[in-house]
Ligand binder design. Structure first.
Ligand code: NDP
Ligand code: PMR
Length: 374
């Protein structure tokens, strides 16, 4: 069991190894646990690069428009964040999306002004695509001031693991490894930016933190001794997932939160970039749950609204992430932000695993090898 729950990717879709009654995860238990467990616990509009705008009437320096890349900005949190930032007029958003048409439609229907966004193609499930995106961005000539690693997939009902172009299990491959390569490459661009408050944000989640009730809903996140990750997540010598897609997602979020902290330890002092993660609240209406059973999608929003009271609208969540991008009071590096009932931000505590510095170092080193940086 230690091995099973310890390895990131030990046994594909094998249930109940801990003797728990979650064998019915996909069949009958609506929220993924039995009741007893519940109780237990491009260039499309390549416009001029904005230089420092010294044109204010009093002769004061004002900030130039910042450039912020948001991955997965075609729906949910990413789209709402792009909208919130664009509305301020202070940001040009690079919407880094795998589906250009969907992103264009989403931007239009959200009412984002044309001059405030550019869509560039990025498929995080392909490392070649990540590298191509970085090239495309560089050719745009824009500076890079803030990077938001937001895109994610969640595959709770998958019966077999799916894989990225390089053969990594899809959830960890997309949510963690794709973003890991992207942020490592783009760090060079951020270093060159003259923007006074540069930030690199990796979206985390409560469900990856076992110090919370939500994080104790099985299957729990657990990277174990990292042999799953170091085995390459390829499903050849070792099965590619543990338990099911839900665990793979939560594990990917732990990798996201550990990566943010390792960035902070290695690079904050040298670069001045603020590295941050966050839990924006439970945005129960987004596309993240598109693979879940219809009944879950119907009942999850009211469950979060009226029972856990953890629900937050896409608009509100977008404003929260936009704060982490640009609010002058959220400049601290190495922080995992959350919001209280009154929607006030606070520095939240990560679980023991999600704040394990040694594990963060190892995840960094293993990930470097997997994405071809080491
Ligand atoms: P959505 O499904 O609405 O948005 C996810 C985005 O990621 C979509 O734009 C999707 O693109 C994109 N995406 C998926 N795979 C890839 C890929 N291979 N390459 C590029 N883009 C990709 O979900 P959310 O808005 O809810 O999720 C956003 C973030 O918020 C995630 O990091 C999630 O973990 C986090 N989060 C969400 C919570 C919630 O309650 N919803 C709670 C806590 C954290 P496409 O539109 O083409 O599918
Ligand atoms: Mg959860 C305070 C309680 C709380 C909060 C804030 C969340 C957030 N959840 C809570 C409680 C519970 N959830 C309880 C008691 C149960 C058992 C009935 C429960 C179940 C549950 C399921 C089956 N919850 C879920 C699922 C999912 O499939 C979602 C998930 O784990 O995605 C990985 C999910 C979530 N609950 C949350 C949040 C934010 C999610 C979704 C996404 C995420 O973490 O990114």
């Amino acid at each position: 069991m230690a091995l099973q729950s310890a390895s990131l990717v030990s046994s594909a879709f094998v249930f109940s190894k801990e003797g728990k009654s979650n064998a019915s995860f996909k069949d009958s238990s609506l929220f993924g646990v039995s009741l007893s467990e519940h109780v237990k616990a491009d260039f499309s509009s390549c416009i001029e690069v904005q230089a420092l705008d010294r044109a204010s009437s009093e002769g004061k320096k004002t900030l130039r428009q910042g450039t912020c890349i948001v991955t997965g900005a075609s729906s949910g949190l990413g789209l709402a964040t792009a909208k919130a930032l664009a509305e301020t007029g202070k940001w040009h958003i690079i919407m880094a999306c795998r589906n250009f048409l969907k992103a264009e439609r989403a931007a239009k229907s959200a009412g984002i002004a044309k001059e405030n966004y550019t869509i560039m193609h990025l498929d995080l499930a392909s490392l070649d695509s990540v590298r191509q995106f970085v090239d495309t961005f560089r050719r745009s000539g824009r500076p890079l001031d803030v990077l938001v690693c937001n895109a994610a997939v969640y595959l709770p009902t998958a019966k077999e693991p799916a894989f990225t172009a390089e053969g990594f299990e899809l959830s960890v491959g997309t949510n963690h490894l794709g973003h890991f390569l992207l942020s490592r490459l783009l760090l060079e661009d951020m270093k060159k930016s003259d923007y006074p408050s540069k930030r690199l944000i990796i979206v985390g989640s409560i469900t990856g933190n076992t110090n919370t009730l939500a994080g104790n809903v099985p299957p729990k996140a657990n990277l174990g001794d990292l042999r799953g990750l170091s085995g390459g997540l390829n499903g050849l010598n070792r099965p590619a997932m543990i338990d099911d897609g839900a665990k793979a997602y939560k594990d990917s979020k732990v990798c996201n939160m550990l990566t943010m902290q390792e960035f902070h330890r290695r690079l904050h002092e040298e670069t001045g970039i603020a590295f941050a993660s966050l839990y924006p609240g439970c945005i129960a209406t987004t596309g993240l749950f598109r693979e879940h059973i219809p009944l879950f999608r119907l009942l999850f929003p009211p469950f979060q609204k009226y029972i856990t009271k953890g629900f937050v609208s896409e608009d509100e969540a977008g404003k929260r992430l936009a704060q982490v991008v640009s609010d002058p009071s959220l400049t601290k590096s190495g922080v995992y932000w959350s919001w209280n009932k009154h929607s006030a931000s606070f520095q939240n505590q990560l679980s023991q695993e999600a704040s394990d510095a040694e594990k963060a170092r190892k995840v960094w080193e293993i990930s470097e090898k997997l994405v071809g940086l080491a």
